[in-house]
Design a protein around this ligand. Sequence first.
Ligand SMILES: Nc1ncnc2c1ncn2[C@@H]1O[C@H](COP(=O)(O)OP(=O)(O)OP(=O)(O)O)[C@@H](O)[C@H]1O
Length: 249
Amino acid sequence: MLELINVGLTLDDDKGTDVEILENISLTLDKKKIYVMTGPNGGGKSSIAKVIMGIYQPTAGKILLDGTDITGMGITERARLGIGYAFQSPPRFKGMKVRDILKLAAGPDKEVNSCDLLYDVGLCAQDYLDREINASFSGGELKRVEIASILARNLKVAVFDEPEAGIDLWSFQKLTETFQNLNKKYDTTIVIISHQERILRLADQVVLVSDGKISEVTTKAKILGEIELLDSNCECRNNCTIVGGKAQC
Ligand SMILES: Nc1ncnc2c1ncn2[C@@H]1O[C@H](COP(=O)(O)OP(=O)(O)OP(=O)(O)O)[C@@H](O)[C@H]1O
């Protein structure tokens, strides 16, 4: 379980002036659950992800992993404890095969069952294990290899920043199925930052972030219901807000 307790983040802007990026963020992330963080651009989602990863040190509050205070730890230490970030795509070193990436991700001391990992992300091991990761890989294939490498690391917390970016519709469908299956089998806490309704549908809980704060932690049913209301009940679609469960212009 990962807990953020009253976390604040102040950074210097280009002119060296302090800017408050996050304020009083309190959030409990349970294992085996998918949290989708969403909200307006510039609201602070990626900053929360970076604070979780240890890329930014919080300037206020505490972060606990399974009860241990990790607030002062940097990115390497947190990675060692099992907090990982999914990059846009896995590294493409010349000659590196899918099996090498999975072995590298698992680390030198761990046996890794690459076939099972690839199966779990919907790829046939026979076709992929010895394939070199090069330009012939589609965005969706790369994304799934990346998720398999996250599984190989057996992370406690995995953060994905807009995993849908650059993925075609067909691969996107597969990607959502992959996420759906993941938390049935693995204990990993998954945090996905996304603006996509179809990703929202994967959430056990939706975390709404705006203006550097968490405005609500809620169910996908509530958010999806609000989106539907915006679509159906309001004539002035672009200027609608939800008040007391009703769309108002
Ligand atoms: N290193 C930094 N220095 C100063 N300001 C920053 C820094 N990083 C982020 N910010 C500011 O913090 C605010 C939150 O940014 P953040 O990237 O966390 O938002 P976001 O919700 O992820 O946005 P988006 O949906 O557009 O990706 C923005 O106003 C951004 O300009």
